[in-house]
Ligand binder design. Structure first.
Ligand code: DC
Length: 224
């Protein structure tokens, strides 16, 4: 099985990159952040407090998550419900970041991620720990990075496209808080794997990032 694993902070463009790479390579796109978000949504609906580790862990073992291709995009199903849009609100971003600190939650999610990957011949996975914990033997590891200011501008634009208006300073503050949580958590903090290729994409378009990383993939896969 071939695995391209991409980690990096919030707003670095991992999702767009991973989605486009998966399409170009004919691989499955494993959006691990969407899985933590779907769990956050399920927890919110079940009225579970964000600090109730035991109940969150139990819930992580109970939920069924699937990705299904639809037209040109990929949808996330929680049970049989399409939650792809519901998991993209700022509230769920914040909640996902809080519940993903717990080891029990992470263990359940990592097991699910490996099981989903095992069904495919090729996978592009993205998240915070796919290069370090989930797929330590990935074929190619990318650490995608950009400055907090650049990432806040991108996130603000993305939210605008969803019809959500948020001031730049607030988006930047949220990015910095999520960075702090992702970096500081005891279990599987965001780290640059020693064998990862670091791609710093400040000032690059999505297309430039894609072309650059696609070339790295083809080189590693012997398709150059
Ligand atoms: O990449 P994202 O914004 O969709 O991720 C949502 C949250 O889940 C984010 O706060 C970090 C967390 N996450 C994680 O802890 N581990 C992953 N592999 C992916 C996401």
């Amino acid at each position: 099985m071939t695995i391209i694993a991409i980690d990096g902070p919030a707003g670095s463009g991992k999702s767009t990159l991973a989605k486009n790479l998966a399409r170009a390579l004919g691989f499955v796109f494993l959006d691990t952040g969407a899985m933590y978000r779907a769990l956050a949504l399920a927890a919110q609906r079940a009225g579970i407090a964000p600090d109730d580790e035991a109940r969150l862990t139990e819930l992580a073992h109970q939920i069924t998550l699937r990705f299904v291709a639809q037209n040109d995009s990929q949808r996330v199903l929680l049970g049989d419900e399409d939650v792809s849009d519901a998991i993209r609100t700022p509230e769920i971003s914040d909640l996902a970041s809080r519940i993903s600190v717990y080891s029990g939650v992470r263990r359940a999610m990592v097991a699910l991620q490996r099981a989903l990957a095992a069904q495919a011949h090729g996978v592009v996975a993205e998240g915070r720990d796919t290069t370090t914990v989930v797929f330590p033997n990935a074929t190619l590891k990318i650490y995608l990075d950009a400055s907090p200011q650049e990432r806040a501008r991108r996130r603000q634009h993305q939210l605008q496209l969803q019809g959500i208006e948020e001031p730049y300073e607030k988006v930047l503050q949220e990015i910095l808080e999520r960075d702090a949580r992702d970096l500081a958590r005891a279990d599987s903090p965001l780290r640059i794997a020693p064998d990862a290729v670091v791609v710093q994409n400040d000032g690059w378009t999505k297309e430039q990032t894609f072309e650059h990383v696609l070339a790295l993939c083809r080189e590693r896969l012997g398709q150059a």
